[in-house]
Design a protein around this ligand. Sequence first.
Ligand SMILES: [Zn+2]
Length: 301
Amino acid sequence: MKLNILGCYSATPRTFTNPTAQVLEINNHVFLIDCGEGTQVQLRKHKIKFNRIKHIFISHLHGDHCFGLAGLISTFRLLGREADLHIHAPKGLKESILLQLKLGNSWTNYKLIFHELTNKESEVVFEDEKVTVTTIPLDHRVYTNGFLFKEKEGDRKLDMNAVLNEGIDVAYYRKLKQGADVPNLAGELVKNETMTKSANPPKSYAFCSDTAYNEAIIPIIKEATVLYHESTFLEQHIKLAAPTKHSTAKQAASIAKQANVGTLILGHYSTRYNDLNVFKTEAQTEFYNVLLGDDGKVFEF
Ligand SMILES: [Zn+2]
C-alpha cells in the first residue's frame, strides 16, 4: 500500500499548504480520497496518472474536502477521458456538480456515476476480489464518513520444495493456493498445510477526517495497519475543538491507542500553527508510533 498525501491542512489553500486530498494505491487500485481545491495540480506534481483514478471517496461537503472536484471532472473531460468515474460521496454533491456542469453548458464524455451516501451506520461501499472499502461514520458538523480500505486475505504461498517432492501437477497449483488438499503423483490426497504457508496478513488503512473525538469508531478501525486521524488543534485550543467538531493531537492518539492500530498519521492541521513537531510530541504522550502527515509526503506500508 502506498499513501500519497496531496494536501492535509484545514480551511483555505495557501502558498505552501493544501486542503485535504490523498491518493491510496492498494492492490492495483488508485483511490482518490477527498478532493480539496487544487487537487488536480497536486496530482500532477505527484505524477499520478489521471486515468488510473476510477473511484473517488469524499468524506463530507465542507469546501476544503470537495471544492476541487468540479475542476477535476472538467479536466478529465478536456483530456478525453473515456473510463467511468465513480464518486462515493454524501447526498447533495451530485446535485451540486451536475448544476455546475449544466450552468456551464458542459457535460462529460465519460460516465459519471454517483454513489450517494446517507447511511449513518458503517456500510461497504466498494468491494472486489481483493479489496473492500467500508464507511466510518464520523462526528462532525455535517454528515461525514471516513473510509476503511482493507485488503482481503490473499492466496496461500506454495512451499515449492514440498510441492515438487510430492510431484504435484502444475494444474493443481491454483487449488493449492486456495487452501485445498490435492492428489500427488501416486494419486494420494496430500494435506494442504504440508505444502503451503499462510498468506501475508491483509493490510488496512483507515482515513478519519473530519471528526470530534469519537470512541464509536474504535470497533470499526480496530487493529488497522495505519490510521490517518485528523488533529486540527493542540490541547491548548481544546475549547475550539468541541464546538467545531474537530480533534486535538492527543485525542487522535487516544483513539489510535484504544483501537490498537499499527501507526498513526496526523493531519488536517489548523493553519494557526507553525511548528508541526508539537503535534507529534503531544500525540506521543498517548501513543508512540506517530507520523506527521504533510503535503507531498508518501508513506509505504
Ligand atoms: Zn469539515
